[in-house]
Write a protein that binds this ligand. Structure first.
Ligand code: FAD
Ligand code: NAI
Length: 464
């Protein structure tokens, strides 16, 4: 065999799996169909979206809060070309970082479409065609945007997240189908730059997979930057005429709304990507949702083939894919790694940010588990007042009898970084009282975490 391990796909799942395999001494190769490494996350996902979120947030602050801070400037103008160009530079630095890591770890990189010839042989169709063989194969081919059968994604006016990261003008009215993570993040970018944004969401809440309080609070904040929400609305038609797009949607009572805009972002989820992979040639089974079927050890039904990341069940998140990459590499070496899927945090990079780990209140109700809730609002924090970021709250859910923390849900400034404390506390099975008795630096946003823990124990927050 040419290699001990071949990884197909170089996103956060694939490149991390390759690095861990190489660290463990396995002769490893990685195959990527595009010219750059890093997958969806680095090229058209996590990194470019956060670059635009940061730029647009600076613009919004310059326009709306500088004056109150005592900074007088002329009315700021958006230079979209520069903003998108900076984003491209950030992506370039990150993908080049992966090239460096591949070299450092002596991983062979092949560019081209990888497909199974049989369970140990992969055909690579790139600038040249070649075959390589491997003892073990890790499928890490990720996902692509999903759509609806009646929507024609022309990628100019009716677009996915990929095109939304590359627009040449600021939309006047962007209609967003799907009020999930992509809808609220990329909607925020353009709302901050001056677009009207209308979100049509099928369910009754924004970001509906998160704790209900988060969606409700986020809705209020987004309204403040120009979002309109059509919750509980099912899209029935999307039509483009010239530069105009009309979206029709129906609510539960059968009433119809007709929205007219110049761009429509379709963000209704992503589908696993296995096109042209030749899974049948290797005998690898898929599940009923088109994902590569894996067991709890991320093994497919074929003994030498594993699969990880967005192409398998579970949350479609970069850090989940990374954990699975490490898990598979260590399993191949005979180690006994472990992933606690309940403790994989979820973050939405709007402003305020939303971050969550563990069970939501809705899930605990469904389980019939007895729990206590502790909440603490940002507006009672000195730190939040100092920065004028008073929107938000920390919500801690703890077991009614044992006081063990079961879920942490935060909406507010820096929630994305704060959630790590929730993960740590829950990994060590801390009680709310444990957190409440730890010293938290003053003034910090983290004080809201301590206060919410105090509220969850015996309703004894100090500053409320
Ligand atoms: P991917 O990153 O999709 O990588 C798969 C790679 O495999 C691709 O490069 C693809 O070209 C390649 N490939 C596919 N088939 C073949 C083949 N046959 N041969 C060779 N190569 C192949 N997640 C977060 O955790 N945080 C975020 O902030 C975040 N933001 C996001 C923003 C957007 C706009 C989007 C779209 C996604 C975001 N995500 C975020 C999700 C995140 O990007 C994915 O969960 C993550 O990239 C999944 O990693 P992966 O390795 O499984 O697959
Ligand atoms: P999503 O699953 O987060 O949201 C899709 C939304 O569309 C849901 O709220 C759903 O109810 C709604 N929807 C589905 N069909 C609909 C219809 N016909 N009409 C109206 N609404 C409809 O998916 P999204 O936002 O496309 O993101 C895809 C994936 O990418 C997510 O799984 C997410 O995990 C990942 N991602 C993660 C980010 C992060 O971690 N910050 C950022 C962006 C994406």
């Amino acid at each position: 065999m040419d290699y001990q391990v071949v990884v197909i796909g170089s996103g956060p799942g694939g490149y991390v799996a390759a690095i861990r395999c190489a660290q463990l001494g396995l002769k490893t190769a990685i195959i990527e169909k595009y010219d750059t490494l890093g997958g969806t996350c680095l090229n058209v996902g996590c990194i470019p979206s956060k670059a635009l979120l940061d730029s647009s947030e600076h613009f919004h602050a310059a326009e709306h809060t500088f004056k109150t801070h005592g900074i007088d400037i002329n009315k700021p103008k958006v230079n979209l070309k520069q903003m998108i160009g900076r984003k491209a530079d950030v992506v370039k630095q990150n993908v080049e970082g992966i090239d460096y890591l591949m070299k450092k770890n002596k991983i062979d990189v092949f560019h081209g479409m990888g497909s199974f010839v049989d369970k140990n042989t992969i055909q690579i169709d790139g600038k040249k065609k070649q075959k390589i063989t491997a003892e073990k194969v890790i499928i890490a081919t990720g996902s692509k945007p999903a759509s609806l059968p009646f929507i024609e994604l022309d990628k100019e006016r009716v677009i996915t997240s990929t095109e939304a990261l590359e627009l040449k003008e600021i939309p006047k009215h962007m209609i967003v189908i799907g009020g999930g993570v992509i809808g609220v993040e990329l909607g925020s970018v353009y709302a901050r730059l001056g677009a009207k944004v209308s979100v049509v969401e099928f369910l009754e809440n924004l970001i509906p997979s998160m704790d209900g309080t988060m969606g409700k609070e986020l809705q209020k904040s987004l309204k403040g930057i120009g979002f309109e929400h059509y919750l509980g609305h099912k899209v029935t038609a999307v039509e483009r005429k010239g530069n105009n797009v009309t979206v029709k949607a129906e609510n539960k009572k059968g009433e119809t709304v007709e929205l007219k805009g110049d761009y429509c972002l379709v963000s209704i989820g992503r589908r696993p990507y296995t096109d042209k992979l030749g899974l049948d040639k290797a005998g690898v089974k898929m599940d009923d949702k088109g994902r590569v079927e894996v067991d709890d050890h991320l093994r497919t039904n074929v003994e030498n083939i594993y699969a990880i990341g967005d192409v398998v069940k579970g949350a479609m998140l970069a850090h989940k894919a990374e954990e699975e990459g490490v898990f598979v590499a260590e399993s191949i070496m005979g180690q006994k790694p472990h992933i606690n899927y309940n403790l994989i945090p979820g973050v939405v990079y709007t402003w305020p940010e939303v971050a969550s780990v563990g069970y939501t209140e809705e899930q605990l109700k469904e389980q019939g588990r007895k729990y206590k809730t502790g909440k603490f609002p940002y507006k009672a924090l000195g730190r939040a007042r100092a920065s004028m970021d008073t929107d938000g709250l920390v919500k801690i859910l703890a077991d009614k009898e044992t006081d063990e923390i079961l879920g942490v849900h935060i909406i507010g400034a820096r929630a994305a970084d704060m959630i790590a404390a929730g993960v740590t506390a829950m990994e060590y099975r801390a009680s709310a009282e444990d957190v409440a008795r730890m010293s938290h630096a003053h003034p910090t946003y983290m004080e809201a975490f301590k206060e919410a823990a105090l509220a969850a124990t015996e309703n004894r927050p100090i500053h409320m």
